[in-house]
Design a protein around this ligand. Structure first.
Ligand code: FEO
Length: 168
């Protein structure tokens, strides 16, 4: 079993992961509109991964005999002034999620909920990777500046990526 406090916090994070999926799908749509298919592909993959993160929370709550309660998901932003602004938003969002995961981990320690604590370790590692990936793209975009052929090359690079994660 899990405590009411932990259950409620896990359900809240489940919602945040699905919001992330929605946000990244909105970012994919922004790039589809600009015909930047590689960037769109990258965000489609991010969206799928966030969906998988949400399902991990779903599965864990079920396994622990808790109650899943799905909450309303806010509408994400749909427009950005520039590609760089969009990626900066994406990084800020991931940093916010990292903060939520850290708070959840702290709560699990305070509640002496070792199973939840162990479950969250995967997310702590994942957040390091996700922040690093977005940061790397931001650095490339800063280097590219207004150079159209640089942007074309980055679009090709991101277009060659494929999803690797699966729901466990
Ligand atoms: Fe599931 Fe990108 O945090």
């Amino acid at each position: 079993m899990i405590s009411e406090k932990i259950q409620s916090a896990l359900n809240e994070q489940l919602k945040e992961e699905f919001f992330s999926s929605y946000l990244y799908l909105s970012m994919a749509a922004y790039f589809e509109e600009k015909n930047l298919k590689g960037f769109a592909n990258w965000f489609r993959i991010q969206s799928q991964e966030e969906n998988m993160h949400g399902l991990k929370f779903f599965n864990f709550i079920v396994q622990k005999g808790g109650k899943v309660s799905l909450k309303q998901i806010d509408a994400p932003k749909i427009d950005w002034k520039s590609i760089l602004e969009l990626f900066t938003d994406s990084l800020k969002h991931e940093q916010k999620i990292t903060g939520y995961i850290n708070n959840l981990t702290e709560l699990s320690m305070n509640e002496k909920d070792y199973a939840t604590h162990t479950f969250l370790q995967w997310f702590i590692t994942e957040q390091v990777e996700e922040e690093a990936n977005v940061h790397e793209i931001i650095q490339k975009l800063e280097m590219i500046g207004d150079n159209k052929s640089g942007l074309y090359m980055l679009d090709n690079e991101l277009g060659s990526m494929s999803a690797t994660s699966a729901v466990e």
